[in-house]
Design a protein around this ligand. Structure first.
Ligand SMILES: [Zn+2]
Length: 232
């Protein structure tokens, strides 16, 4: 009975080989990494949007403040022209000077904000470029992967047909256990017990398990999850 499943597993190894060739292919890796980037980039763009909006708001506020101060200064300068006594002149000149310095500081701050905005725009441009590259990488490698997949299709179909034939000889409940492991991408699944240890991970098996094995049962290894049998 176990021989039938071993035969099945031998043929199934061919299928596993194809699966590994596909999933481990350079084309798939590149396509997957491009896709991951494209999926994550929205978050980056949203972050930049927030930053850009904040900076634009600060910039506008600084511009308004500068304008108010510049207007005030104009008023003092206008008043200066009509001032007559020295005290008033000194006072107005001092005020105009103060305002001039404040406007200067604001202008410097505005320049800094403007620089930060430029940096954000540059980042936007970089992201746009990355998106374009990732899209190209995804399309190109997706195509290569699909071609690779298609090139293996005949071989795959042949193996699957053979497996269907072999499956009929395997006890259904055992087949089910095998397939459950197979779905988890565990392979090989079936191992022989040699000298009381698991053939896959070398864990020593308890006496009770060995008794079951001697009884012809197929046991799952506690450690590696493989299915174990004892050769009669
Ligand atoms: Zn094991």
């Amino acid at each position: 009975m176990i021989e039938q499943l071993l035969k099945y597993q031998d043929v199934d190894a061919g299928l596993r080989k194809i699966e590994i060739a596909l999933s481990g292919s350079e084309a798939r890796k590149k396509a997957v990494s491009a896709k991951k980037y494209l999926e994550s980039v929205d978050e980056t763009v949203n972050g930049l949007d927030v930053k850009a909006a904040e900076l634009a708001h600060i910039y506008e506020k600084l511009q308004q403040e500068s304008k108010v101060l510049a207007d005030q200064r104009e008023e003092f300068i206008g008043a200066l022209e009509h001032a007559e006594d020295e005290n008033a002149l000194n006072y107005l000149a001092k005020k105009a000077d103060e305002l001039y310095n404040k406007v200067k500081t604001l202008t410097q701050e505005t320049a800094r904000v403007s620089e930060a905005m430029q940096a954000v725009y540059k980042e936007y441009a970089g992201i746009r470029n990355n998106i374009k590259n990732a899209q190209a990488q995804y399309a190109e490698n997706g195509k290569i992967y699909n071609e690779l997949k298609a090139s293996k299709q005949d071989e795959r179909t042949a193996i699957e047909t053979e497996l269907k034939g072999l499956e009929k000889n395997v006890e259904p409940s055992l087949m089910e256990r095998y397939k459950a492991k197979r779905a988890l991408k565990i392979f090989p699944i079936l191992y022989e017990v040699r000298e009381n240890v698991c053939g896959a991970c070398n864990m020593e098996l308890p006496k009770s398990v060995l008794a079951q094995l001697k009884n012809g049962e197929v046991i799952e290894c506690d450690q590696c999850g493989r299915l174990l049998y004892l050769k009669k």
